[in-house]
Design a protein around this ligand. Structure first.
Ligand SMILES: *Cc1c(COP(=O)(O)O)cnc(C)c1O
Length: 523
């Protein structure tokens, strides 16, 4: 493939090393861009208004005395600034986005069209319910699909992300233990070592002590270790299935049986539902609460495309404690149950103001209805097939973390194969950027050394997977052939090089300050 023909050569001719590639900082037609405050907009204004003819202002003492601290840019300058910034971001609409555990699937445009229908987008959460019957019906229908797909009797739609859903699930569990008088004694939550960081963080936030559960050599929960830690002091377990190693928990029925026998609840992290949607109903596995990331399994945009949404399905035992509001349908049409004096007497409270992310509900339901139940099943099958194709095509040049048997929807490699090359997982990921690929998830799950977690999703074609595999194989060849420079200095072709990510995370600079001596005031 011609796009790949430089990959794998011991040297590349067009290396830039650490110097700027061009005089302007632009690369090709990709423009360099500074902060808007650093633009040349001071002392001018983007609008043309006649000079005021009156003295003073009706505002009296409230009149602003200092400059507002924003540069005055014209419309084209403003437009270009934001378009250039947007082009610095990799996006699912540009290329494969193989971030494991994130399910970065294509966001169908049909969803966008549906979400923009005035009856869904131009409504207010405080409108009388008689005027938003269609929107409430949509929420009720989405709830029906989520309950049917998971085999669970209840769902709380309002949580606004997966992590928020975890919080919702554990608060329902806490409310259930409070109702049965066991809250004071059940203070622990068991979490496997491979869990996503939000699981222990959520448990700690709700006030529980987190106890780690070991995992077996084949990447699953160590059931004997779990059994030894279960007891009358345990409130819940939090298990991800399929787990973060991309593997189905084979002993899941035993895990839920032991958990319930100990009087604890089974919280399932459902972030990986894409691997099993339409094939496995978590309710059949004994799950008591599970969040569903609509921005993962149900194709709503991640991050910049809109807010997240993480509905939580609940078992019969936890359903009475579900947070308000929820929608009911009776002879008078659809209405919201919001208050204790209504039917929400045992609700633990609410997760957010109003009813949650209407735009995401609309997109997710649009996705579900356009696939149908058989199509959703096909989603899971194709996602798993794509991941196994990658695993099979890369296992001879990279080391699969769990080589035995197929994986679910993501292929997990460790850095064993990089031993002796002086190239690390991070170096390898940076070299992928030079080849035009967003890297996979790195160093997660923590239980796998130098982890590389690749999730292609079902929306990538075989042609795109082959392109990705070709680049990965060639880079692996370069690492093994000793072309260390290609990796250590990468990315060579990105506008910014290696950032101090730790410092950026620990001491982020979020506020621009005017340079010393300038008369620009930012407020
Ligand atoms: C994405 C993810 C979460 C958190 O979900 P958000 O929607 O990002 O809050 C939790 N657990 C796992 C395994 C995940 O992949």
């Amino acid at each position: 493939m011609s796009t790949m023909n430089t990959v794998g050569r011991p040297t590349t001719p067009n290396r830039v090393e650490n110097k700027p590639a061009t005089l302007t900082g632009g690369r090709g037609l990709l423009q360099d861009e500074h902060l808007i405050f650093e633009s040349d907009g001071w002392g001018k204004t983007g609008v043309d208004l006649p000079e005021p003819t009156t003295d003073g202002s009706d505002l009296g003492d409230l009149v602003r005395r200092n400059p507002i601290g924003l540069p005055g840019l014209s419309e084209p300058e403003t437009m270009r600034h934001y378009v250039r910034l947007s082009q610095k971001n990799h996006a699912i609409d540009l290329a494969i986005y193989p971030l494991g555990s994130c399910t970065m699937k294509h966001n169908p445009r049909l969803n966008e069209k549906m979400a923009r229908l005035p009856g869904f987008s131009d409504i207010h959460p405080l409108q009388p319910t008689s005027t938003v019957q269609g929107a409430l019906e949509l929420m009720d229908t989405l709830a029906h699909w989520l309950k049917t797909l998971t085999g669970m009797p209840a769902v709380a739609l309002s949580p606004k992300a997966g992590a928020h859903g975890e919080l919702c699930g554990l608060m329902a569990i806490r409310a259930a233990h409070e109702a049965s008088g066991e809250h004071e004694t059940r203070r622990k939550v068991l979490v496997p070592t491979s869990a996503h960081g939000t699981n222990p963080a959520t448990a700690a936030f709700v006030g529980y002590t987190v106890v780690e559960v070991a995992q077996t050599d084949d990447g699953r929960v160590d059931v004997a270790d779990l059994a030894s830690k279960l007891g009358p002091d345990v409130a819940a377990i939090m298990v991800t299935n399929p787990n973060t190693c991309g593997l189905f928990e084979r002993d899941i029925l035993e895990i839920s049986r032991l958990t319930h026998e100990a009087g604890a609840y089974f919280y399932c992290d459902g972030a990986n539902f894409n691997a099993i949607v339409g094939r496995v109903r978590p309710g059949d596995l004994g799950v008591d609460a599970m969040h569903i990331n609509l921005h993962k399994t149900f194709s709503t945009p991640h991050g910049g495309g809109g807010p997240g949404s993480g509905p939580v399905v609940l078992s019969a035992a936890l359903a009475p404690f579900a947070p308000a509001p929820w929608v009911v349908h009776d002879a008078d049409g659809y209405r919201l149950i919001e208050r204790e004096e209504d039917e929400a007497a045992q609700a633990f409270g609410r997760m957010c103001a109003f009813q949650g992310q209407m735009g995401m509900y609309t997109r997710a339901l649009s996705y579900m209805m356009s696939h149908g139940s058989d199509g959703l099943r096909q989603v899971a099958e194709d996602a798993v097939l794509n991941a196994n194709y990658i695993k099979a095509r890369l296992s001879d040049v990279m080391s699969a973390a769990f080589p035995d048997g197929p994986c679910m929807h993501e292929a997990l490699f460790d850095d064993e194969w990089l031993k002796g090359t002086d190239v690390t997982t991070l170096d390898f990921a940076k070299a992928m950027i030079d080849e035009g690929f967003h890297p996979m998830t790195m160093y997660f799950p923590l239980v796998v050394h130098g982890a590389m977690l690749i999730e292609p999703t079902e929306t990538e074609s075989k042609q795109e997977l082959d392109r990705f595999i070709h680049a990965m194989r060639a880079l692996a060849g370069a690492a093994k052939a000793g072309d260390v420079d290609r990796f250590k200095g990468a990315p060579f072709h990105a506008p910014l090089k290696r950032l101090d990510e730790t410092r950026a995370a620990r001491s982020p600079v979020l506020r621009w300050t005017a340079p010393e001596g300038s008369n620009i005031a930012a407020e």
